[in-house]
Ligand binder design. Structure first.
Ligand code: ADP
Ligand code: ZN
Ligand code: ZN
Length: 750
């Protein structure tokens, strides 16, 4: 028998494939996952090529140890997608492909249990009657198994194993006794109507589309080949309904087609998932799966396999789902496409929205980017006619109109001697009281959690700081702690100034906790609820808090951007915005774009049902163009003037950027690395068309005792930038002196 060789991608920071000899009984296939010896370890890799001869000397070649037969091979198209992402973001193929897989697939010891994962068992009446008495008295693990079977319609083997390590032997025994049965696989339960993806009966309950919605759905459904759409719809205009209809038509027309729907944060928008589950309730069980980092590993693997094998028709996921294997993918939706959450901020720093566009182009399918405030990159594409613009100008619910936006001029309030209480201006307090009297809900938004960002001593000027970061420690009152929001450092609140002993140390500025406290005193009788990363730390607690709001058990909701996203609060008629000014003067050129989007989002929570909504923004700069555009609800004006400024200043989307970041034990080390890298850059192909800026420290230069600096590169030619970055990689790898470095293409924070 002649030898066969394979080229394998592994998750290593090297842009190469590795050759191995393949001598397993199963025929080798491109796209299969394999276990291979790598150095002194064994790692999981992906077969990218099957070859007849290898350039590696025979005595250096090692053998593939095992192949994962439980996972059908990944397609060439999927490997090409991972390859594109690797090229574009300056990584090795394996660094993209393997982390894109669920953990269970990257761990070879779990391979032979992968399909068992799908095996589900159901309690039979005989078992229900006899099992409880048959269990030995102290067999608590067995009892948990029996209870789980009794409580759930069916129990998966992976969950069963978590309850009892010998679950499979136990189940064999119980099967033999006729107490349980293997639940039918979800495929078997499919009906014809379900296959066709027809909306559930009782379609009387479906809203009649507005003309604008109908036009949008028709444009999407009628598209052929690669068709990028920008669905630009004001908040509450019913974008979700457009997605639902477009998907229903497509899934009905093609009974095997799959759809991928991306959302920024699945846990914060349970209504969105609920809408899909309700609308596609007649699809076979298991046809809608979710993919996000909050899933348990077993479920993540099951859902991934369902998408990979095609049994999942709709995948609802966060950014990581963009690399899901979906062999019959026919449409991609990116909801709230402007949301920064689509950008992965560590490891492979990809933009799921940009990859969605690439993926749609690769497959020749439609992609719908939806937003009330599209990113300027997307808006520019639409302006040039590269993306088809679909516009929803009105709120979908007949009575609902967009809220009016009013600016409260803090300077004028002060000049006129109208006191604000703890940062809440008089008119806002009055408006909050009126809402309480009318039994309507209010929402107070500020983007800062904790009680106060600064704790300081008046006598000597001491300020509480994080010992590990160049940042202030944030005062958290309910937790009675000082916390660093950058590294997690925590300490008790000192009773007196550690420097001079003064006991009058005082908080400066305010965060959500302090505003919550203030609201309780200035709006007596109001039930105030705070929602931020601190109040929702426990799993599932955000959902519980939001349902209190929906149930009307809350009068005033105060929170960070967590409350701005996607929620359809029916009874909110007032939105107050505090502390928006800080973002106006950021050094990051995208700060104003983000602020506009955020304020539009949070404003959009008001007046969604019949009651008119009002938004009050406290500011020292009421004449600022951004606020003026907001009061006119004028995204288009804001976008076009901001684009004009960007063009003038030669900023994205008119140029392409990349960032080299370095982390060192000292700032000098980080800067020296970047300067050496910059010096070497000049000689690379394409470098003459790239501008290299000076290396600079990050605003918060030290985090967890690591010093950080960055170097910005910019070019009018994406190709030139890409080519030079590619050629730069080996140079960067040869440089020493820093703890870590990374290249980010299209950085969002500059
Ligand atoms: P968006 O995502 O554009 O902010 P949503 O999709 O959340 O808006 O829709 C806002 C509200 O309007 C939802 O309660 C939705 O059920 C409702 N809605 C959407 N389309 C229609 C329609 N054609 N008729 C009546 N109500 C609708
Ligand atoms: Zn002091
Ligand atoms: Zn810190």
């Amino acid at each position: 028998m002649t030898d066969v060789f394979v080229q394998i991608a592994v998750d290593q920071p090297m842009p190469v494939l590795f050759d191995y000899r393949y001598a397993l009984p199963e025929p080798p296939a491109v796209g299969s996952l394999v276990l291979v010896p790598f150095g002194r370890r064994e790692v999981v890799g992906l077969i990218c090529e099957v070859i007849a001869t290898s350039d590696v000397p025979a005595d250096k070649l090692r053998n593939v140890s095992a192949v994962c037969s439980a996972c059908p091979p990944l397609s060439d198209v999927w490997i090409a997608l991972a390859g594109f992402a690797a090229d574009y973001y300056q990584r090795g193929l394996g660094e993209v492909a393997l982390p894109a897989l669920p953990q269970a697939l990257r761990d070879a010891s779990r391979w032979n249990r992968l399909f068992a994962v799908d095996e589900r068992y159901r309690l039979l009446p005989a078992g229900r009657a006899q099992l409880p008495d048959a269990l030995p008295a102290r067999a608590s693990a067995l009892r948990r198994l029996a209870d789980a079977l009794a409580e759930q319609a069916s129990l998966g083997m992976s969950d069963a194993r978590a309850l009892h390590p010998r679950a499979s032997a136990t189940f064999e025994d119980w099967l033999a006794r006729g107490w349980i049965e293997l639940a039918e696989s979800s495929d078997g339960a499919t009906t014809e109507a379900a296959q066709a993806g027809v909306p559930p009966t009782g379609s009387a309950a479906l809203p009649v589309l507005t003309d604008e919605q109908r036009d949008a759905v028709e444009a999407i459904s009628g598209a052929e080949g690669f068709a990028p759409f920008l669905l630009h719809g004001v908040t509450g205009s019913g974008k979700t309904e457009v997605y639902l209809h477009a998907l229903a038509e497509l899934l009905a027309a093609r009974p095997d087609a799959q759809a991928l729907v991306l959302v920024p944060e699945i846990n914060l928008t349970p209504q969105f998932e609920a809408a899909f589950r309700a609308r596609f309730a007649t699809l076979a069980e298991g046809s809608i799966v979710t993919m996000h980092s909050g899933l348990a590993e077993g479920e993540r693997a099951r859902n991934w396999l369902a998408a990979h094998t095609g049994s999942a028709r709709i995948v609802l996921g966060t950014r990581l789902a963009i690399l899901a294997s979906m062999p019959r993918l026919a449409i991609i939706v990116v909801d709230e496409e402007h949301d920064p959450a689509y950008k992965q901020q560590e490891g492979l720093r990809y933009s799921a929205r940009d990859l969605a566009i690439y993926r749609a182009k690769q497959l020749g399918i439609p992609v719908v980017l939806g937003s009330a405030t599209p990113s300027l990159e997307t808006w520019w594409q639409a302006e040039q006619g590269r993306y088809t613009r679909l516009t929803l100008t009105r709120r979908a619910v007949a009575e609902a109109v967009l809220p009016s936006v009013r600016l409260i001029d803090l300077e004028e309030e002060r000049r006129r001697g109208r006191a604000s209480v703890e940062g809440l201006a008089g008119p806002l307090i009055a408006a909050l009281k009126t809402r309480l009297e009318r039994g309507e809900q209010s929402l107070v938004f500020l983007n800062r959690r904790g009680y106060a960002p600064i704790l300081s001593c008046d006598a000597c000027g001491w300020v509480a700081g994080c010992p590990r970061c160049s940042a202030y420690a944030v005062l958290h009152k309910p937790e009675r702690a000082l916390r660093c929001h950058h590294c997690g450092w925590e300490a008790r609140i000192p009773k007196s100034c550690p420097d001079c002993g003064n006991i009058d140390i005082a908080p400066m500025g305010r965060g959500t906790q302090r505003v919550e406290e203030t609201l309780a005193s200035v709006v007596p009788g109001a039930r105030v609820l705070r929602i931020d990363a601190d109040s929702t730390r426990r799993k599932g607690s955000a959902q519980a808090l939001f349902s209190d709001v929906h149930a009307g058990e809350v009068d005033i909701l105060v929170g960070t951007q967590m409350i701005a996203k996607g929620h359809d609060f029916r009874r909110v008629t007032l939105v107050g915005v505090l502390n928006a000014d800080t973002a106006l003067f950021s050094h990051d050129f995208r700060a104003s774009e983000r602020l506009f989007a955020q304020l539009t989002q949070v404003s959009g929570r008001a007046g969604r049902a019949g009651l008119p909504g009002e938004v009050m923004i406290q500011t020292r700069y009421p004449r600022h163009a951004l606020f003026q555009a907001l009061t006119r609800q004028d995204y288009v004006g804001f976008a076009n003037s901001t684009l004009a400024e960007r063009r003038e200043a030669r900023l994205p989307p008119f140029v392409y950027q990349a960032m080299l970041r370095a982390e060192g034990r000292t700032l000098e080390a980080a800067l020296a690395f970047l300067e050496e890298a910059a010096a070497a850059f000049g000689t690379l192909p394409g470098a003459d068309r790239v501008t290299v800026y000076d290396a600079v420290p990050l605003t918060i230069v030290k985090v967890f005792n690591v010093h950080r600096a960055q170097l910005l590169l910019e070019s009018a030619s994406r190709a030139a930038l890409q080519a030079s970055l590619r050629a730069w990689q080996p140079v960067l790898r040869s440089l020493k002196g820093v703890l870590r470095w990374s290249v980010e293409v299209d950085p969002q924070d500059v």
